[in-house]
Design a protein around this ligand. Structure first.
Ligand code: SAH
Length: 393
């Protein structure tokens, strides 16, 4: 089935951008089902690319810029390519680390697909109807290609457009195998339980691995506050780094329970650690001089462009509280994972917060997402994680 683009709208595809918006479409030949593979052609009918068709503002997500079958071999080739990259990053087949992102959507040439690996299980998440229909073929390819992966769990109920979920059997569940009740995975030699059945995203925030390692190097002798701790990632790195005390805070009681379990898994009943289920803004009202290393890793304040202004105000308010109260000589790790907030906008919000506090602040590191979350150079929208490490005098 062919989708013919308006004259001139082939430009972005010639520069390998993987999306076609509805406004670029001249006409659709035939009646493709949502999720079908379609051929994109320029206004003169010349082939441009193959992709998944979807009803919505992004009409086609490109799978291939050459004409070929999108069959089992295609999925196997793409998963193999993605796996090779993780092997070269020393993340896969590494005894100290069996947690990594295997497929990062457009960054791996597979728009609409996320796959995270936790020990012998992969968690697959579809963000498009096309990937939803391809899920079984993708799962087969994963167990064939990725050494040690025996189970594939599908978790897409919250990420798929409404219709796809009901046109087929119930979305979430195991596609292949079944993991043990409380699976344990390992990141840089630290163990943690992942709850992909109930947890956020695919169960763990794999994207903070490198930033947690950096924090470990700064933790020695410090009094650490890990704000928005979720499963406690930054906390157990801080403990291994020799922190004097570590306080983990999250508004979700479930997150606090997971954090406590994970700390115990690595450090037993270590009195240096305590966790609190409290709202961040409340907790930060009263921490004057208590901490000299603070992590602020909030959820995305802006999920859409309309929410941008409020989000920037939120980042400013949050960071101001930390600047005002962190001990002299303190270090602040501050993040934004909102894709619509640019690096410059985030930095400006943090700058305003610093200015408001009147403290002397220097930037030590500018952080981003790790290499297993690659950014396709033709799709800059794929860059989302931003962080700053600041020294506060
Ligand atoms: N730093 C974590 C990931 C953070 S995800 C990691 O490395 O894994 C964001 C977390 O913020 C979620 O666990 C969510 O429960 C928590 N959260 C959201 N709003 C909050 C609030 N107002 N106060 C405290 N925690 C909040």
């Amino acid at each position: 089935m062919n989708i013919i683009l308006k004259k001139g709208k082939e430009e972005s595809l010639r520069r390998f951008h993987p999306w076609i918006f509805s406004g670029a479409v001249q006409r659709i030949e035939g009646q493709p089902e949502e999720g079908a593979v379609v051929r994109l052609c320029d206004w003169q009918g010349n082939f441009l690319a193959l992709g998944h068709y979807q009803i919505g503002s992004i009409t086609v997500r490109v799978l291939s810029f050459v004409e070929r079958e999108i069959d089992n071999d295609f999925w196997k080739e793409k998963i193999t390519e993605a796996y090779r990259l993780r092997l070269s990053l020393n993340l896969a087949e590494n005894t100290a680390n069996n947690t990594y992102r295997l497929v990062h959507g457009e960054g791996d040439g597979l728009p609409g697909l996320i796959v995270d690996v936790y020990a012998d299980s992969a968690v697959l998440q579809a963000h498009s109807v096309g990937m939803h229909y391809a899920r079984k073929a993708i799962a087969e390819a994963i167990v064939q290609v990725v050494k040690g992966v025996k189970n594939v769990y599908y978790k897409s109920e919250s990420t798929l457009p409404f219709k796809a979920q009901y046109s087929d059997e119930k979305a979430d569940g195991y596609l292949i195998g079944k993991a043990s009740e409380e699976p344990v995975a390992m990141e840089n030699g630290l163990k943690f339980r992942v709850d992909w059945l109930r947890g956020q995203k695919t169960g763990f925030f794999v994207d903070q691995r490198d930033n947690r390692s950096l924090l470990e190097r700064y933790a020695k002798g410090r009094r650490v506050l890990n704000m928005f701790c979720y499963t406690g990632g930054f906390s157990f790195y801080a403990m291994r780094g020799g922190a004097e005390l570590v306080h983990s805070v999250d508004s979700s009681a479930k997150a606090i329970e997971l954090t406590n379990k994970n700390v115990a898994l690595n450090f037993g009943n270590d009195p240096r650690h305590e966790a609190f289920a409290v709202d961040a803004f409340k907790y930060l009202d009263n921490i004057d001089g208590k901490y000299d290393l603070i992590v602020l890793d909030p959820p995305a304040f802006a999920k859409h462009r309309d929410a941008l202004r409020n989000a920037l105000r939120g980042y400013q308010k949050l960071n101001a509280k930390a600047f005002e109260q962190i001990r002299p000589g303190g270090i602040l790790f501050t993040f934004s994972c909102s894709q619509v907030v640019s690096r410059e906008q985030f930095r400006l919000a943090v700058f305003s917060a610093a200015a408001q506090s009147g403290r002397n602040v220097r930037i030590l590191h500018q952080l981003t997402q790790p290499a297993d979350h690659p950014v396709n150079i033709y799709h800059p929208e794929g860059e989302y994680l931003k962080g700053l490490v600041l020294f506060v005098e």
